[in-house]
Ligand binder design. Structure first.
Ligand code: PLP
Length: 396
């Protein structure tokens, strides 16, 4: 079958939950992807903030091949070395104390919600605890994660959701205060909102929320699924301000292409929340996924990924800002590190389609924002190439 025929087949067979771009991707190398017809694309999407190390990284691929030949899966009723090593490396990078591996980001959020509810339940035996989440947040598509996602369009058709969730505004501490009650068990937020529009939380806001949580014994949960793993120039975005959560989630670039996520917590929460029998997963933390996680942390260190993000961020921001200054239709550049957005005064779909035609992959974050979440190994030259193509597409 040729590319057109494959697309036609996909439209018959796959459930239509995505309006897909009309290409079939075939292989990747570094920061470039190739479709079935051999057309090359500079990729500033990276599987939505997943492929931090780029495509076809030899050491990463070799580690996975090695693990495939050894052992793919065991039940969590047994120990396996990759999971133990991955957890150790993740603890060191995150400075959290306990790790539970999942298969996805949304599952990590489910675990975080359960841990918070159990913590509160053990304190007072009640089952009416509340969670405060943020407007414009995105936490995933399963029922729990969806319940705390601050986009009514995603939620409404699936109600009733888990309930007892209130929404406040990121960076508006008064809106948090207005929602806090004696029943509040957790406040959850993304240190940098991704899908909702590239909004970074301010240091002042995080400081005040942390203090409030300490005062009232409310658990602070950070969803680092998108902004974590070096993307902001810190392994986890909260480390920029050193405001530590009680529970945090990770996924996306955690496996750099292998489906894996995790929720982590401090020892204090671990000792007072989920215990044996409370939570489980068949695949979560299996040797194959954890061999990927292990290698990802090794390569981050060996290849100085975080230093690279820090070094290149000013240039990336400068080039995006030049575009924002040049065009009246761009109203703002915002974001942190390699998690940037250009805000337009109109829908960006047409520009993104034009970019694809011209060999550049971009993704939106809401109708009016182009989101830039490239691989963390991009170079100055890649940025220049991206800006040149995008510039042309905006003119057109
Ligand atoms: C993508 C994302 C999720 C959901 O992750 P999945 O692996 O798609 O389930 C959760 N939270 C944030 C912040 C995300 O960006």
């Amino acid at each position: 079958m040729n590319m057109k025929e494959y697309i036609a087949q996909a439209e018959k067979d796959l459930l239509h939950t995505y309006n897909r771009f009309q290409i079939v991707l075939d292989k990747g190398d570094g920061v470039y992807l190739y479709d079935m017809e051999g057309k090359k694309y500079l990729d500033f999407v990276a599987g939505i903030a997943v492929f931090a190390l780029g495509y076809n990284n030899k050491e990463y691929n070799d580690a996975l091949k090695h693990q495939i030949d050894k052992l793919l899966h065991t039940s969590n009723y047994y120990y396996n070395v990759p999971a133990i090593e991955a957890a150790r490396k993740m603890k060191k990078a995150s400075r959290m104390d306990r790790v539970f591996f999942t298969n996805s980001g949304t599952e990590a959020l489910e675990g975080a919600i359960k841990a918070a509810r159990k913590y509160a339940y053990l304190k007072d035996g009640n089952t009416d605890h509340e969670i405060i989440a943020m407007n414009h947040s995105f936490h995933g598509r399963t029922m729990g994660a969806l319940s705390i996602t601050g986009n009514p369009k995603y939620r409404e058709p699936f109600e009733p959701l888990i309930g007892n969730v209130k929404f406040a505004d990121l960076n508006d501490f008064d809106s948090i205060l207005a929602n806090v009650t004696d029943k509040t068990c957790a406040i959850i937020l993304e240190p940098v909102q991704g899908e909702g529009g590239l909004y970074p939380a301010t240091e002042d806001f995080l400081t005040r929320v942390r203090a409030l949580c300490d005062e009232k014994d409310i658990l602070l949960i950070f969803d680092e699924v998108q902004c974590g793993m070096g993307r902001t120039g810190y392994m986890y975005a909260w480390q920029r301000y050193n405001i530590k959560p009680d529970i945090m989630t990770s996924a996306k670039a955690l496996g750099c292409g292998v489906p894996v996520g995790a929720f982590m917590m401090t020892e204090r929460v671990a000792q007072n929340s989920l215990t044996s029998g409370d939570h489980g997963t068949t695949y979560g933390g299996n040797p194959f996924a954890c061999a990927a996680v292990e290698k990802v942390f090794d390569l981050f260190e060996k290849d100085h990924i975080i230093e690279h993000v820090r070094e290149l961020t000013p240039y990336f921001e400068q080039r995006l800002q030049e575009l924002a200054d040049k065009y009246d239709c761009i109203t703002e550049r915002r974001g942190v590190g390699f998690m940037q957005g250009l805000v337009f005064d109109r829908p960006v779909g047409e520009i993104i389609n034009k970019a694809l035609e011209n060999g550049l992959l971009l993704i939106n974050a809401g109708p009016n924002i182009i989101r830039f979440v490239p691989s963390l190994i991009i170079t100055k030259e890649n940025i220049d190439e991206m800006i040149a193509i995008l510039d042309n597409c905006i003119v057109e």
